[in-house]
Ligand binder design. Structure first.
Ligand code: URP
Ligand code: ZN
Length: 466
């Protein structure tokens, strides 16, 4: 199968240029102006932007919280991802206490069968002990080179000593640890205060876990990682204060991967006074306009590395399970909307360049999560995962048109200014004119060590790109 993409503006970390792309047998065969070659399919991309397939570093599909299971499984979630231009998701295989990582990984491989975009896994751990540590080499052999630990959630939280040990031991295997940073004791105490005062509505959710609760968690993680002498990943950063703590660590010489999410770039805690406020109950919560400004400023200065969605969808009926704000299943739907939100609030608002959009949505994720140079960059020899994005296509986001299996969207009613038009996945046209035309083509992505570890070990990450 040969596809020729003509006349698009190719966006890469090296800049933006007009060129054609020829794909053959799943790979990018040639990038050059005016390619004259026979092809099974010619796609006219004039007027459009052409990116390496977007990579979402943070999804939760088919996640069982005990009280309920996320509305999106891999089947619905990866179709929605694909139509929004995401060709690879990194989902959290979740190890429940007492379960082996092997079993968690087997379970997630089963869940992900038949996915419509590519998928890799982080291992989310609910415990750290000798048994879990002993599984690290096998996890890495299986292409899972990142872990996640939580400071919060009763079923998942681990203490600082365990995070320290995990960071240290994971670093020995080239495995990156991400941490959900919030101070559990503080948010529990504030939640108790609010409930005792009769504050049960979703509007109390952001008050229970304000910016200081995140910043304290980030600060503690930064010192923990410094003592462990390990690179570290802060997942879903949402505040100016948390950002400042990570910047301090970087100034001390630490390697810190910062991830934020589209919702923290455009939605504020004013949403919690809306009638359907439960749909905004996610952790961390939506923040203040000043936090949005700080995060966009950090993106502009290349201080935030990747933008993942933290897609963790629940229907309004599922949200209604929570009798008070502290019991509402946490999370929101967004895997389809990432590129269009980042384009609208980042690029078109003059806060990010197209190059930064390509980097934060794809290339840096590929580099730091061990998929580069096979993915994340439009270059000859790379996987033919390609997005053709229309930069001038205003449309209203709605759960009615999203492919999420969810009856709500945090972005409901927002007018996005650009839209994914076509997607090529592994050399096959999978989305045409905004419609999924080929499902179930997703492949497991076996990942190696990311660039932070190559640097940590004194190796030159650039040498891999040759
Ligand atoms: O509220 C959220 N984000 N739920 C998903 C789990 C997590 O904290 O990442
Ligand atoms: Zn998450």
């Amino acid at each position: 199968m040969r596809i020729l993409i003509t006349g698009g503006q190719i966006v890469r970390s090296t800049g933006v240029e007009t060129a054609d792309i020829l794909t053959e047998n799943g790979l990018i065969q040639k990038i050059a102006p005016n390619i004259n070659a026979r092809a099974d399919r010619v796609i006219d991309a004039s007027g459009c932007l052409v990116f390496a397939g977007f990579i979402d570093t943070h999804t939760h599909f088919d996640l069982d919280l005990g009280v309920t299971v996320t509305a999106d499984n891999f089947s619905t979630g990866t179709r929605a991802a694909l139509v929004g231009g995401t060709t690879t998701v990194l989902d959290f295989a979740t190890q429940d206490r007492g379960m082996s990582c092997r079993d968690a990984l087997d379970l997630w491989h089963k869940k992900a069968q038949g996915s419509s975009c590519n998928y890799g896994f982080h291992m989310a751990l609910s415990e750290w002990n000798a048994a879990r540590a002993a599984e690290l080499p096998e996890l890495v052999r299986q292409g899972v080179t990142s872990l996640k630990m939580y400071m919060v959630y009763d079923a998942m939280r681990v203490d600082d000593g365990k995070i320290y040990r995990a960071l240290k031991q994971a670093a020995e295997h080239g495995c990156l640890v991400g941490v959900h940073c919030e101070n559990y004791d503080l948010l529990q105490a504030r939640t108790a205060e609010l409930l005792a005062a009769g504050e049960t509505a979703p509007s109390a959710h952001p008050i229970s876990r304000p910016g200081a609760v995140e910043a304290e968690g980030v600060s503690r993680l930064m010192y923990t990682a410094q003592l462990a002498d390990a690179p570290v990943w802060v997942v879903h950063l949402s505040t100016a204060e948390g950002l400042a703590q990570a910047e301090r660590a970087r100034a001390r010489g630490q390697q810190v991967l910062l991830e934020t999410c589209p919702q923290y770039l455009c939605l504020t805690d004013a949403c919690y006074s809306e009638p359907d406020a439960a749909k905004f109950v996610m952790s961390p919560p939506l923040r203040k306009p000043a936090d949005i400004d700080a995060l966009l400023g950090a993106l502009q200065r290349d201080e935030i590395d990747v933008i993942g969605t933290d897609h963790c969808s629940f229907t309004m009926a599922q949200k209604a399970i929570g009798a008070d704000f502290s019991k509402i299943p946490n999370g929101g739907a967004g895997v389809q909307n990432r590129a269009e939100i980042v384009y609208t609030y980042g690029v078109r608002a003059g806060k990010m360049s197209l190059v930064q959009m390509a980097e934060t949505l794809s290339e840096t994720a590929a580099r730091y999560f061990g998929m580069y140079p096979r993915k994340g960059l439009l270059r000859e020899g790379a996987d033919a995962d390609i997005v053709i994005f229309d930069p001038d296509c205003p449309h209203e986001i709605s759960h009615r048109t999203n492919l999420h299996n969810c009856d709500n969207s945090p972005y409901e009613g927002i007018v996005a200014l650009g839209k994914t038009r076509h997607v090529i996945l592994g050399g096959k046209l999978a989305v045409e004119d905004g419609k999924v035309i080929a499902s179930g083509l997703g492949q497991f992505v076996h990942r190696g060590a990311g660039e932070m570890f190559l640097r940590h070990c004194g190796l030159d990450p650039q040498s891999r790109a040759q």
